[in-house]
Design a protein around this ligand. Structure first.
Ligand code: FA5
Ligand code: MG
Length: 462
């Protein structure tokens, strides 16, 4: 999560800061009919990103992300009807909801402008569905159900390629035991275990986290060892049930379509230790698929502070939480080769899927693409240079090209030994999922990319 790749780190000069401030003062941004004051130091959302805010693929009929969400909600609710579902939260949240309420430290890289889309200094596009945990924990009493599931679009500044898109979808799941009754947790676990035993898919589970010492993934002081053990089992078995169901449906559809010789007859998963600021202990679950471990979901036992923030009484409650990525699992289940296809409005895409079933995507003819390189010298550490992060370059391309960009890759990096100046060359692949693009169109986009690089980051084109 939140990788940091800096391509040049040079301080912003005071004069530049002042100039930006006066030109951008009193500008406003409207998202979902609400207007926010922008902030010259923080605002980095772009019109291209804002145009995704109401697409809601997780609710779009016959869409793979919607089909997967529905499948998981139904399976989890089939155990003991314990979950309220929330699928309509707006993506604009406060820094408090996204970070502080979850105990993110002030210097956590996830807070940086290179990773997160800020509307202004206090408002951003959620980077994960955990941003709504506090609000939903607060509502548990009024719903009468001890758990909730939240599905939503989330936003992260990231690289550009076939598996990365700045908007993707997560499902958050949380389950609460308010009175810490061991009998109740045991009986809930029994019901769940029965459901798992009855499932036609038998998982081969490796739990690497059990090998570790408690210091490496500590429990919380207020909980007993027995409570941690039972609640962890409930969390892990819940996610194993989800994976059994989803991948079993995939294997059944492969058998029906007979389109592959490599139909697996068993499914391997493994639990590994993880770290999240608001859970401990924490884990991730990975699935062995196509000869590789696929990271599917992060989870853990919720830190008491989050429950206190949501208004619970001290030491009264135990809870687990998970956050699952929907897009990559959907791509794998439906065999969708490029993440941008999920956003396609082309009827040849959406007409291939039907709510309630998993089937293999049949590629239709791809429109021809076009490649351009942009090579430049980074500004040296003289007065007018400013910091540029690789994600800033990605954002410039994304803003100029929208969904017409397939990938952006660094193909050459060179440092002149005499001048010490660094030159970078990025290759941009332009290609549309839905139509032909013309050379003129690509040239214009490329020109815009170059102009913005020079204007904003003072590079010299080569
Ligand atoms: C989180 O976002 C945590 N909020 C998950 C969590 C929730 C932990 C509750 C503990 C308790 P992470 O950044 O690892 O964690 O993302 C969670 C899942 O989202 C990943 O396992 C992956 O399946 C998916 N995901 C993450 N980044 C991307 C991306 N760029 N594109 C597509 N899917 C992604
Ligand atoms: Mg992760």
């Amino acid at each position: 999560m939140y990788s940091v790749t800096r391509i040049c780190a040079v301080k912003r000069t005071p004069s530049l800061f002042l100039r930006c401030k006066s030109t951008n003062a009193d500008q406003f941004i409207t998202i979902n009919n609400k207007t926010y004051k922008s902030d010259p130091e923080f605002t980095n959302v772009t019109p291209s990103i804002i145009s995704h805010v109401n697409r809601s693929l997780h609710k779009k009929p016959n869409h793979p992300v919607n089909i997967l969400r529905d499948l998981i909600e139904k399976k989890l609710s089939s155990v003991d009807d314990a979950f309220t579902t929330y699928n309509n939260f707006t993506p604009v949240v406060s820094t408090f909801e996204n970070f502080d309420s979850l105990g993110f430290p002030a210097d956590h890289p996830g807070r940086s402008k290179s990773d997160t889309y800020y509307v202004n200094d206090k408002t951003l596009l959620r980077t994960h569905t955990s941003a709504h945990e506090m609000e939903c924990y607060n509502k548990v009493d009024s719903t009468g159900k001890p758990g909730f599931l939240i599905s939503a679009d989330v936003y992260r500044r990231d690289e550009i390629d076939k598996t990365h898109y700045p908007v993707f979808h997560q499902m958050e799941g949380c389950r609460v035991w308010k009175n810490r009754s061991i009998d109740e947790i045991k009986s809930d676990l029994k019901v769940l275990q029965k459901k798992l035993d009855e499932h036609e898919m038998k998982l081969i589970v490796e739990d690497r986290s059990l090998e570790n010492t408690p210091e490496e993934n500590p429990k919380q002081q207020y909980m007993t060892d027995q409570e941690v053990d039972l609640v962890s089992q409930h969390l892990k078995r819940s996610l194993e049930l989800v994976i059994s169901e989803v991948f079993n449906q995939k294997i059944n559809s492969m058998k029906k379509e007979k389109n592959s010789e490599n139909i697996p007859n068993e499914l391997k998963v493994r639990w590994v230790n993880a770290y999240f600021p608001w859970t401990t202990p924490s884990w991730e679950i990975e699935v062995w698929w196509n000869n590789d471990w696929l990271e599917v979901c992060g989870c853990g036992i919720v830190q008491q502070q989050v429950l206190l923030n949501a208004g619970y009484e001290k030491d009264s409650t135990i809870s687990w939480a998970f956050g699952l990525g929907l897009d990559r699992i959907a791509m794998l289940l439906f065999e969708i080769p490029d993440i941008r296809l999920l956003w396609s409005e082309d009827n040849r895409f959406i007409s291939q899927f039907t709510d309630g079933s998993i089937n293999t995507f049949k590629p239709y003819s791809k429109y021809p693409g076009s490649t351009r390189d942009v090579a430049f010298w980074l500004a040296d550490s003289s007065k007018d240079s400013i910091e540029i992060h690789e994600n800033d370059l990605m954002e410039i391309v994304r803003n100029a090209a929208g969904s017409l960009v397939e990938s952006v890759k660094l193909i050459d990096r060179f440092q002149n030994p005499k001048t010490n100046k660094t030159s970078l060359c990025y290759r941009i692949n332009y290609q549309s999922m839905d139509r032909n693009i013309t050379n003129d169109e690509v040239n214009q986009i490329q020109k815009q990319v170059e102009t913005e690089l020079v204007d904003k980051y003072h590079v010299s084109l080569r």
